[in-house]
Design a protein. Structure first.
Length: 262
């Protein structure tokens, strides 16, 4: 890969991207962070030529592609406050922010590469399994972003901002919401002195079944069967956790109503 890539940000995605480029034998050329101390965990994935900077004027760096990996709420102001090299393609990686955040910024070539995966610095995974969704403001940039993305992962597709937002919402439901329920389940088990690991085969089979026969077909449990006796017993166990009890009741109603329709 000939392109000089820089990353803005030092969070979870920035970390895994820097690591991926290093694994590909092409360490990033620039890392833009708010303070240089934040670059320390990235050092194993950088080389002597990598520029680490906290400057907002990046105009003189010879970077071809600048990937903004900062918090969604900071993307727009970060773009407004930064001077980018004229010839660079500037992209963000957010599922929820439209490509139009780049409008009226003076940046000529811009786009989005959204990786549909959950990234945490503490957990390794195979980047080649990550689907990447690309959008660009012109044909030539689109072509370059598709080629760039295929270096990171073979699973690359074009997607508009509108569809990306819906995909992101679905991802929040499938990943963030189910993980929050795992955390609640973990608390309930530990209240009884039981290990979260006990749920692993069940959790793995749930995912397998949902993708094999479809989540609607895969739904089981007391709410699907309309078993109010069991539901009452469970709600009684939660009498000291009103918030969790409400979630249990809400999800039970949702499952019961959807089961009636199917
Ligand atoms: N993590 C994922 O699973 C995932 C998946 C797909 C896409 N993405 C996208 O990747 C991007 C980064 O997400 P992340 O999860 O890596 O974030 P993160 O781990 O929460 O890190 C946030 C980063 O944003 C920086 N930041 C926050 N406020 C800022 C501001 N006002 N100005 C400049 N920098 C600021 C932080 O810098 P400081 O440390 O200096 O505060 C930090 O580098 C987001 O657009 C997100 O939607 C993330």
């Amino acid at each position: 890969m000939q392109k000089k890539v820089a990353i803005v940000g030092n969070g979870n995605l920035a970390y895994h991207l820097a690591k991926r480029f290093w694994e590909l034998g092409h360490p990033i050329s620039g890392l833009v962070v708010r303070s240089e101390a934040k670059a320390v965990p990235f050092k194993p994935f950088l080389n002597d030529e990598t520029v680490i900077t906290s400057a907002s004027n990046l105009a003189n760096h010879p970077w071809d592609l600048i990937l903004i990996a900062v918090a969604d709420s900071a993307i727009s102001s970060m773009i407004q406050q930064t001077i980018f090299p004229k010839s660079a393609i500037v992209i963000h990686a957010s599922g929820s922010q439209p490509m139009s955040v780049f409008h009226a910024t003076g940046i000529q070539n811009f786009g989005v590469v959204y990786p549909l995966q959950t990234f945490s610095k503490q957990k390794d995974f195979s980047f080649s399994e990550v689907p990447l969704f690309v959008e660009a403001n012109n044909r030539a940039t689109e072509e370059q972003l598709l080629n760039f993305s295929k270096i990171l992962s073979p699973k690359v597709a074009l997607l508009s901002s509108d569809k990306r937002l819906r995909l992101h919402m679905a991802a929040v439901m499938a990943c963030n919401f189910s993980n929050a329920l795992y955390a609640i389940a973990e608390d309930q088990l530990s209240a009884a002195g039981l290990d979260f690991e006990l749920l692993r085969p069940l959790m793995e089979e749930t995912v397998q079944k949902a993708v094999t026969i479809g989540p609607k077909q895969a739904q089981t449990g007391p709410a699907t069967r309309g078993d109010s006796e069991i539901i009452t017993k469970h709600l009684n166990l939660l009498h000291q956790s009103p918030e969790i009890k409400e979630v249990y009741q809400l999800l039970t109603n949702l499952i019961a109503n959807r089961s009636k329709k199917n």
